[in-house]
Design a protein around this ligand. Sequence first.
Ligand SMILES: *Cc1c(COP(=O)(O)O)cnc(C)c1O
Length: 357
Amino acid sequence: MKVAHNFNAGPCVLPRQAVEKAIEALKDFKGTGMSVIEVSHRCKEWDEVMDECRGLWKELLNIPDTHEVLFLGGGASLEFLLVAMNFLENKAGYLETGVWAKKALKEAKALGNAYAVASSADTTFNYIPKGYEIPTDLDYFHITTNNTIYGTEIKYDIDCPVPLIADMSSDIMSRPVDVSKYTLIYGGAQKNVGPAGVTFAIVKKDALGKVSRYIPTMLDYRTHIDGKSMFNTPPVFSIFVMNETLKWVKEMGGLEAIQKINEEKAAMLYAEIDRNPYFVGTAAKEDRSIMNVCFVMAPGYEALQDEFMTFAKERGMVGIKGHRSVGGFRASIYNACPVESVKALIACMQEFEESKK
Ligand SMILES: *Cc1c(COP(=O)(O)O)cnc(C)c1O
């Protein structure tokens, strides 16, 4: 069977064993004689998957009892609105580190007083702002921990004097996180924890119910806490694959082990970008993401961009074109991206260099 070196930014590569389990369950779910997409979401067998999946989230991220993990629909893009709906009363601050952060801020502005506390828009978001002060009168401060499009990342849990909310769409489960520092962590599953169609939210329960507006039922986190993520029909298949993906994360040794592998993969690729005279990294070195590695042709070699794209494609590389808003190249090397794929891309860059001699 042909296996591509898949560097897509999302949806993206998933653990092979999760895909195989999904195929089996599509044929026969837990010996029920029905496909996983044919069973009732109220049956005992499905309840077991929900419980197992919730349990894995809690175990892998060490989620304290103060928080609940929810599986929702709508993607991270709908969460942008839910954040403001559930938490914005007087004023909210956002760290503007890219297009996703801007979209999150836009939804908050539509509902009340929200603004960018700091921004890296001045240089096309190629770094994470530093040295800014977080005002203490904010309802919350919102960050995007990994900026998928620009390849920058906040790789640690920041200290925050007000409730901290994080879009972790593209780096959730890539490293251990101190969940107790956050009031809300959310994201679409399709970068690191599963297929598209399910959205995760880890919410601090006692932080809810403090705003005066009416919150529509489906946009109220309390609805989904009370309904155990099954207030309405959940995205059954996506949750099934997410559960299998998390089982794989656990088998790999959990988040400390995964983080180590991720850091090694990223270090290898950045080392080649820094060494190879034909390429140059675009993100500030100290803020380089371990999930999305962005680079361009080095000054003087810009005209070779299309040629390298074709060269890489011919060697089995998929999805290395940079986001349409920034151009260049982006290799997304999420948890499930095998080290072999990273090595293949490095070999491809070296071969390209050789071919020019
Ligand atoms: C992909 C992405 C989103 C958008 O997610 P959807 O689930 O497609 O709405 C938001 N934020 C970040 C950081 C992303 O990488």
